[in-house]
Design a protein around this ligand. Structure first.
Ligand code: C5P
Ligand code: MG
Length: 189
């Protein structure tokens, strides 16, 4: 199964993704995590990404798409994958479609987690106390990330809806409850 989990920052994509990939034995591809690793390893691309991330902005599409292109050449994606935090705009979604087409496959489903905005801001600021992510700790950066989500990413719901691949899931509840909701969607694909 080839799944995209999407939703605004702080909705719990990463948390749920970690649980799901264990159960379905597919790799978890978080472009945000990849950027943070590239930065930790002091690579040039990591340093460039960090500039954007620290402002709550999107890293330029050509950089992000190239990272994904590279990742999709690994053998472990043969039986599927779970994308977390990618695609984040229409151009990235187009790039993903093209990449998958070149591998003679396609996205199975895009599952959107939905949560109220103020809940997100509070969750992210709280996460910032322990996550070590500077982009979580600053309220204006957090609000900027949410704003960009609504400006650029949320329209992907229509993108995948038009392809009959969109599923919305209520993101309010315990981690376990939300996992069950997500599995109900996935097991029905
Ligand atoms: O997905 P995550 O919240 O970990 O991403 C952290 C940051 O990485 C985003 O706020 C954004 O600055 C950057 N990012 C991006 N494009 C992606 C994924 C992440 O620009 N596709
Ligand atoms: Mg995340």
């Amino acid at each position: 199964m080839r799944i995209i989990i999407m939703g605004p920052p702080g909705v719990g994509k990463g948390t749920e993704a970690v649980v799901l990939v264990k159960q379905y034995h597919i790799p978890h591809i978080s472009t945000g995590d990849i950027f943070r690793e590239l930065y930790k390893d002091r690579t040039t691309v990591g340093k460039i990404a960090k500039e954007y991330i620290s402002r709550g902005e999107l890293v330029p599409d050509d950089i992000t798409n190239e990272i994904v292109r590279h990742r999709l050449n690994h053998q472990d994606v043969k039986n599927g994958f779970l994308f977390d935090g990618f695609p984040r705009n229409t151009l990235q979604a187009d790039a993903l479609d093209e990449l998958l087409k070149s591998h003679e496959t396609e996205v199975s489903a895009m599952i959107a987690l939905e949560v109220d905005d103020e809940v997100l801001v509070q969750r992210l600021l709280k996460r910032g106390e322990t996550s070590g992510r500077p982009d979580d700790a600053n309220e204006s950066v957090v609000r900027n990330r949410i704003k960009i989500y609504y400006k650029q990413t949320a329209i992907l719901k229509n993108y995948y809806f038009d392809a009959s691949k969109y599923y919305g899931v209520n993101g309010v509840g315990s981690v376990e409850d939300i996992t069950e909701r997500l599995k109900a969607v996935i097991n029905n694909l």
